[in-house]
Design a protein around this ligand. Structure first.
Ligand code: GCO
Ligand code: MG
Length: 402
């Protein structure tokens, strides 16, 4: 079997997505996602100029060897652009293998370990009362788990908050917007949100919260401690993720479960976190973590250290990544939860898929391969539009983490 061609598509049905399609001499094709929010065209060039020429003529059945060729075989390893490009290839190859063997990819990963994949929704509001109400809407839809984000008095814009309720999208067209931030105001406000949520909905719903890498370890420790009475499912991305050792301080001080990983690209971003058991959930995405091939290995390593997965699933991870994540989630033993930020109907139409949502769970479906397709004609109606994630500054304009 041979790879005969590969094409990269950029489409923007509401937001930009980079999709790779790999064609074979058996008439079967595979799809992969290579989207990196705000840096989409870098992945396109990486694939078109550097990867695809080396891919043509290879046997698509040799997924491990092809993955190693583009990772180990290249002197310049790692980084989000490289790993997203490799992930796109890897997803497409698993898709092809599943289609060739006429079985869903989860069967190639060991088969189903559970009936369904528990997901969390993203509830947000400017006021605490609005966030609480919004969380209620998710619970009414059957969600068992909701991540809650709220505006902070004195701050005009806060990450994770938007007018759109079911489809939160932080990237904005044009040049990056700039926001202002105060950790002091934020830390004083957040415990009130959780008090209100537990008072309203009791102890049953799983509640999660994202700090978006804005705290120092000792600030994170304080927040984790103050949130202990509300029994969070997890506290996400407390500190900037480059310094794994930072989590040692947080861990010493709080029993609030910790999650991190949406910006990680390889196991080398997480090996200390895993082996020292400094986190509870690893949130790497199939697309930014290099594909299913390395993610299986990372999950297996994490399993030994009692760490579960919680794959990133924001709107910038295309339905192709969502499909791949669901096959992975349903197959591994140490699955924790899956983020599901819901794509817009326009996006779903461009990417028809076999996965379905019901009562707080996603089901990968039983179509062969990843169970995902790509409507090229429709995709062509949504051309690429430059868009950026915001830039964040402290109140005195010092540049800070977004
Ligand atoms: C999340 C995230 C997102 C990211 C976005 C960046 O946990 O869902 O933090 O909202 O900011 O995916 O591209
Ligand atoms: Mg996050």
């Amino acid at each position: 079997m041979k790879i005969t061609d590969a094409k990269v598509f950029v489409t923007s049905p509401g937001r930009n997505f980079v999709t790779l399609k790999i064609y074979t001499d058996q008439g079967v094709y595979g799809l992969g996602d290579g989207t990196v929010n705000g840096r989409e065209l870098a992945v396109v060039s990486y694939l078109e100029d550097h990867v695809i020429p080396c891919l043509i003529g290879r046997d698509p059945q040799q997924i491990e060897d092809i993955w190693q060729y583009f990772y180990r075989g290249v002197y310049w390893r790692r980084g989000p652009i490289t790993m997203a490009a490799i992930a796109a290839v890897d997803m497409a190859l698993w898709d092809i293998k599943g289609k060739m063997l006429n079985t869903p990819v989860y069967n190639l990963l060991g088969g189903k370990s559970r009936e369904a994949v528990m997901v969390y929704g993203h509830a947000n509001g400017i006021e605490i009362s609005e966030t609480v109400e919004e969380a209620g809407r998710y619970l009414d839809m059957g969600y068992q788990a909701v991540r809650v984000q709220t505006g902070v008095p004195g701050l005009e814009e806060v990450y994770g908050i938007s007018k759109d309720k079911l489809f939160y999208e932080p990237a904005k067209k044009g040049l990056p917007p700039e926001y202002r931030w105060s950790t002091e105001k934020y830390l004083a406000h957040i415990p009130k949100l959780f008090q209100e949520l537990r008072d309203t909905y009791g102890s049953d719903p799983h509640l999660l919260h994202d700090c978006h890498h804005r705290l120092t370890p000792i600030e994170a420790a304080r927040l984790g401690k103050e949130l202990e009475p509300y029994h969070l499912f997890w506290l996400e991305d407390t500190v900037p993720a480059e310094l794994q050792e930072g989590f040692r301080i947080i861990r010493q001080h709080t029993t609030t479960p910790l999650a991190v990983g949406e910006v990680f690209n390889t196991v080398w971003d997480a090996h200390i976190l895993i082996t020292e058991q400094l986190i509870d959930y690893l949130r790497m995405a199939i697309v930014h973590g290099g594909g299913l091939t390395p993610m299986r290995k990372i999950a297996a390593m994490a399993e030994i250290y009692h760490i579960k997965t919680g794959c990133h699933g924001a709107t910038d991870l295309s339905p192709v990544t969502m499909a791949a994540a669901l096959h992975f989630d349903i197959a591994i033993n140490n699955f924790g939860i899956q983020e599901y930020m819901r794509h817009t109907p326009e996006t779903d139409e461009v990417f028809p898929h076999a996965y379905t949502f019901s009562k707080g769970y996603l089901y990968p479906g039983d179509a062969p391969g990843l169970g995902i397709d790509f409507n090229e004609e429709l995709a062509a109606k949504y051309p690429y539009e430059r868009a950026y994630l915001p830039v964040n500054r402290k109140m005195d304009a010092t540049l800070f983490n977004w």
